[in-house]
Design a protein around this ligand. Sequence first.
Ligand SMILES: C[S@@+](CC[C@H](N)C(=O)[O-])C[C@H]1O[C@@H](n2cnc3c(N)ncnc32)[C@H](O)[C@@H]1O
Length: 232
Amino acid sequence: MSEQVKSRQRVQDHGEVFTNEREVNAMLDMVKQETERIDSRFLEPACGDGNFLAEVLNRKLNVVDSRYRKSLPEWEKYAFVAVGSIYGVELLGDNVASCRARLSKIVETHYTPVAKRGKNPAFLSAVEFVLQRNILNGNALTLKTVDEDGNDADEPIIFSEWSIVIGNKVKRRDFRLDEMLEGSASQQQFSLFGASGTPTSEWEVDKDTGALIPKPIREYPPVSFYEVMNVE
Ligand SMILES: C[S@@+](CC[C@H](N)C(=O)[O-])C[C@H]1O[C@@H](n2cnc3c(N)ncnc32)[C@H](O)[C@@H]1O
């Protein structure tokens, strides 16, 4: 995004002023190690067309390229993990569409030189599916989804966690964003899908990080990440 402002009206109505590339990079450099960890989760609650998320994805995919470019299946698996770790909420539908398209293009740009013998349509479909689920049209203040005009649709924002469990198998678990944030507020600390503190019966402890997470509202059976869109 080179223009920082689309229109004066949008600035007045929605505070829409995009962050320029230099500032994005300077801010992300403050958490450089996390931006280069393939599975480190990022959520941007007013993501616009994805200035921060695009750069995070680009950095993660640079790491995937350097480690796995010689093995296409490994590259695809870790690129899937990178995409699945990036989350956004945005009020305006056109920004949501631009953000998803931009992230998708970044994957394609990295994928093209690696997939010399041809791209796998199943991989690209899985990426599209995850982007549809991870970049959501919603109101970050009410934590509800919104309709095309930005009006609350009265449905809670629900994010999916994508975890590789074994080999190519990914497990999807859905969580309400309001529940994740509620836990964080009461415990003063929050990381996406994890908050430190004392467990109650409503919470479970993440075995990898020791962090607290709310119970998922839905769990799906593990499937190959190439087939993640077929398990609804
Ligand atoms: C200042 S811009 C920042 C965009 C992007 N984060 C960036 O740094 O380039 C704020 C964005 O938040 C969106 N927005 C405004 N109110 C919102 C709300 N309640 N929930 C979600 N997004 C909102 C606007 O449409 C706009 O895209």
